[in-house]
Design a binder for this molecule. Sequence first.
Ligand SMILES: Cc1ncc(COP(=O)(O)O)c(C=O)c1O
Length: 430
Amino acid sequence: MIRAMAAPADTTDTRFSLPQSALPTAWFNVAPHLSSPLDPPLHPATREPVGPDDLAPLFAQELIGQEMATDPWIDIPGEVLDVLRLWRPTPLVRARRLETALGTPARIYFKDESVSPAGSHKPNSAVPQAFYNKREGITRLSTETGAGQWGTALSFACAQYDLECAVYMVRKSFEQKPYRKVIMETWGGTVVPSPIDDPSHPGSLGAAISDAVRDAVGRDDTHYALGSVLNHVLLHQTVIGLEAQQQLASAGETRPDVVIAPCGGGSNLGGVALPFLPDPSVRLLAAEPASCPTLTQGRYEYDFGDTAGFTPLMNMYTLGHDFVPPGIHAGGLRYHGDSPIISKLVHEGRMEAVAHRQRAVFEANVLFARVEGKVPAPEAGHGIASVIQEANDATAKGEERVILFNYCGHGLLDLAAYEEYLAGDLVDEP
Ligand SMILES: Cc1ncc(COP(=O)(O)O)c(C=O)c1O
């Protein structure tokens, strides 16, 4: 699309901040904007649609309600806003130096979610999940973590509400990122490698979910918290897109032409993209790893969310619940399935998906670090690789494309991966 340029307030501005008073006070619920209601999750034993009672051993009532809610907006409790205000609103940054490096007429903006205490977007959902569980009398949460970002976020959130936090971390990441354990323990969490019953297994998110669910169903004081995939998690993340809408306006933009984010289970992508869904002129793009190509090569069908088959079945893109992805460094993207919301949008053609290989991702990350200064999480690099493709395409077509992407996390605890890349030892998995 070629449009007349809407000039920003100042042609050198790179940072568009919002006052704390502009923090959204309600989450955007995408349910009323979908072409039809989502297919219901099915009980793992009966294969009948699950009801709230089936989910009660795992989740707070309020979260179960949000999972099925059809109201267009859902108020954010004041106690949650008080914690989100520690780092939100996050900046919107115009990546002018990346634009110059690419020699593109595209205008590239990123939402900087790396400024949260945990260094990623994940606390946006960890905080409300911890809050609602605390309010309902739960004293302990169990969870899985891939790259370590979600476990870090939940440990932080549990510390805010005085809850215990038990984290099952995918063994490969546990070994790759020892400092993740330290930061989780600093906030009071406990961390064990998963699968707990097979020390020779590299682990997968699906297996870690099984470990965490098994923990929660075995104890009355414990609920389970999931860091992605579910509708309520994407709902909590919509603060990203809602803030970005205000910030793009202050940058002089009417809308982005394309919104891009990496996709593991779909939470940061949903967070930045779903508030733009009602505008059909905004393209939405998911970036995933070629070695775990759920959206680009998976099947759209009912499957379990975990490896052992404890969780409800969801209609989603899946590589099969027993799929064990190669041990790539973007641990947060190594999930066999995907959010039912994201899956439906891709299935219906409303959202596009592309896959990137690991070396190309690190090439994009190093370029980004050298021109913009920030060292991205390996997950974020999938989005950046797509941004570069979009910008180069805009250059080839002579278009002033407005690109918005979610900078979902920093890579300062992922430096072993950078070390491998810089030494020329990082390989592309098959
Ligand atoms: C920094 C970062 N980005 C992206 C993801 C992928 O998850 P999601 O697709 O839910 O945003 C993760 C998951 O751990 C992550 O840590």
